[in-house]
Design a protein around this ligand. Sequence first.
Ligand code: GAP
Length: 541
Amino acid sequence: MEMEQLVALCKRRGFIFQSSEIYGGLNGFWDYGPLGVELKRNVREAWWRDMVAGHNELVAPPGAPAPYEMTGLDCSIIMHPQVWKCSGHYDLFHDFMVDCRETKGRYRHDQVQGRWVEYRGQRIFVTAEAAGSDGLEETLQKALKFFNVRGKNAVELKWDGPLVSLATVKDTSNALAPAAKQLGTFTDPREFNLMFKTIAGALGTEADAVFLRPETAQGIFVNFKNVLDSTRVKIPFGIAQIGKSFRNEITPRNFTFRSREFEQMEIEFFCHPATSPDWYRYWRDRRYKWYLDLGLSGDRLRLRDHDKEELSHYSCGTADIEYAFPFLSPGEFGELEGVAHRGDFDLRSHAEGKLVHADANDSSSPLVVEQDAEGKPKYRGSGKDLSYFDDQARERFLPHVIEPSAGADRATLAFLCEAYSEDEAPDENGKPAKRVVLRFHPRLAPYKAAVFPLVKKEGMPEIAQEIYAALKPHFPVFYDEKAAVGRRYRRQDEIGTPFCVTVDGQTLQDGSVTLRDRDTLKQWRVKKEDCLTEIGGRLRS
Ligand code: GAP
């Protein structure tokens, strides 16, 4: 499948639109249309149901070291700026960007890919933006013109070495930027913080600067004590949150894959340090299986453990769950979710230090982190005790955290990519013709069934509407009486509806209707009053 086909289908059938499209769009922002909103909601609900609401805290699920509890949170997007200083986002959450002085293109430094090419003793670094080698040949053609090399001289021009990132090139005076005609037009890399900044309050001064959260996780850490104090949860337990996050990505790309506004589904799982490696393995494997259970194929989904060098200093394990998105080069995978062992890093950072009044003589002045003699914060954290006391073991400790952190938009995109398929099926005239079908897992499909009268007469619409009304309270159903029935089937295939019910001539005689399966194209008859049991049973199986 070409990515363009999926993007076109998403727009045509109302799954995903570019944000502010009538004004030319806004790079890195997307709107979910009438079907997209249902699909993404189903992804979120499947996650919440499987991870939180449907979790049985009395028994240990397969692979879990012990029974555990799960609870939820919904935190604000804007939090106290100190949260981000403490989490490290304020100082460290940046990418390096480079500009091309000639084309005015702006790139994330590590994402510009290139290969060295040699021509008569001179080496130039030919680059293209992003994944794989897409665009490299095109830039090379420009390079050929640059060297005024045509025809047989071109064979003297040799690729030298593999595809590598621009970040590996120290001197860029011989680098050719994507689509540039001259050498050496890259600026030096510059640091760029990815957090969106805004102002809270009417004064509008820099002192009122706040940030849109770049992850939902920190809201969970800063509420750890509130959850402990307001519920009876005991370690081990997890806190889950679904919500929007914002990152001012330098180069948003690949449809919704890298956006500037996106939704995360994160769990912070708190456990005893001694058992944390077992919990890490449990969550890594459980989260991988979740995607498989919802239909992603094992060939395109992989679990990749990070090498020791890739791990943060506090982590004893991180794995990425990755999917072979069709916009990537063959053999490449893109991250769907990271599962990280975070140790006690976050709770420890938020616990450090203490808050004092900005003006020691004025108890109404704002609370700030205690400062040293030079006016710099003495500590990063809140100064609150975020430890946990196990009253049975009579032990106090800082819990370790396992963090499965998924992107709702990336998961939705992966389910769309996996579902898209083309095959041949009889058209409205009964002749074999190309069919586009979204083979969603039934839990994810926006509509679970569609109901049609074969024709708009002889009482068929009335019976079809009765069936529609009987199904509607149980799951989303679509009613359609327009166009030939073959075309109506095609429309439902294209949006992934698993079952269609048709009221036809035989219904008027014996009360049975035709049921059609989206994937097998099999048709069979059931009594009209049995539609709910029949479809409901198949959706659950
Ligand atoms: N709290 C950990 C954390 O935020 P992350 O790997 O930066 O980790 C987790 O993000 C997930 O959020 C990613 O695996 C991805 O699914 C999603 N995500 C991150 N940046 C994104 C972006 N710019 N657009 C869409 N999804 C994104």
